[in-house]
Write a protein of this length. Structure first.
Length: 218
C-alpha cells in the first residue's frame, strides 16, 4: 500500500449549522437544491452521504457523514463515525473545514483566507502556506474542488498544493498533487512525489463516479 493509498478512507453525514464567512454576499442564500451524493470506500465498506449546495455566487457548502458498514438494515439512530462541514468561496478555494467524531467528541477545524494562509484551530499554520485546496482522506468530494477550480482543458495538467487532512489521526500537512485532464469526464490524479496515481471518472459536474481501488459512487 502506498503512502497516499494508506491515507484514503471514507466519511458520513450530520447537519451542521452554516457558519458566517466573509465572502458571503449579504442576503445570498442557497439557490440550488441540495445534491445528495453517496460513495462507498472499496477497501472498508464505509459509506459516505453528502449534501452539497451551491449559492448564487458559486460558493459550495457540503455537509457529510461517513458510517461504518452494517449488517442488515441500517439503524438511523446510530452515530456516524465521522461528520464534516466544508465551505468554499465563489471561486472554489476552501475557506472552512470542520470535522467531528460523534462517538468520541474529537474535532478539528481548519480555516483559510483564500490566499494560502491557514489556521488549524486557533493557531496559525504557516506549514500550509500557499495551499488553496483541502484534501480530506476519507472522501472523494474534495477532488471535485480543484478539478472545477483549475478549469483544465483536455490534455492540460497543473500541479497544486493542498492542506491534506488525515482523518485517522486529524493530522494536517501540505501535500503536492497533480491533475491532468484526459477527457471531458476523466482526470489523472498523481502524487507529485510519484508514489500514487489513479484515473478518476466524474459526472458532468466533476463529482467523482469512480476512483479505482478507493471509492465508487452509489
Amino acid at each position: 500500500m502506498t503512502r497516499l493509498e494508506s491515507r484514503y478512507r471514507a466519511p458520513r453525514q450530520t447537519r451542521f449549522s452554516r457558519s458566517s464567512v466573509v465572502w458571503d454576499a449579504p442576503g445570498v442564500e442557497a439557490v440550488s437544491a441540495p445534491a445528495t451524493l453517496a460513495w462507498v470506500a472499496e477497501a472498508t465498506g464505509h459509506v459516505e452521504s453528502a449534501s452539497v449546495v451551491e449559492n448564487a455566487v458559486g460558493a459550495l457548502t457540503a455537509n457529510s457523514r461517513i458510517s461504518a458498514p452494517v449488517a442488515g438494515a441500517p439503524d438511523p439512530a446510530q452515530d456516524p463515525e465521522l461528520v464534516y462541514l466544508l465551505e468554499t468561496d465563489p471561486v472554489l478555494r476552501t475557506r472552512l473545514v470542520s470535522l467531528r467524531r460523534p462517538r468520541s467528541g474529537e474535532s478539528l477545524t481548519i480555516t483559510s483566507n483564500g490566499r494560502g494562509d491557514w489556521r488549524v484551530g486557533d493557531r496559525p499554520a504557516p506549514e500550509l502556506s500557499g495551499a488553496l485546496d483541502v484534501d480530506i482522506r476519507a472522501t472523494p468530494l474534495t477532488n471535485t474542488l480543484p478539478m472545477r477550480r483549475l478549469g483544465l482543458e483536455v490534455g492540460e495538467q497543473r500541479e497544486i498544493e493542498v492542506a491534506y487532512i488525515d482523518t485517522e489521526t486529524f493530522a494536517v500537512f501540505l501535500d503536492r498533487q497533480r491533475y491532468r485532464r484526459l477527457g471531458r469526464t476523466r482526470y489523472l490524479f498523481q502524487a507529485v512525489d510519484g508514489t500514487f496515481e489513479r484515473e478518476i471518472t466524474t459526472d458532468e459536474q466533476a463529482f467523482v463516479l469512480s476512483y479505482p481501488g478507493l471509492f465508487a459512487r452509489l
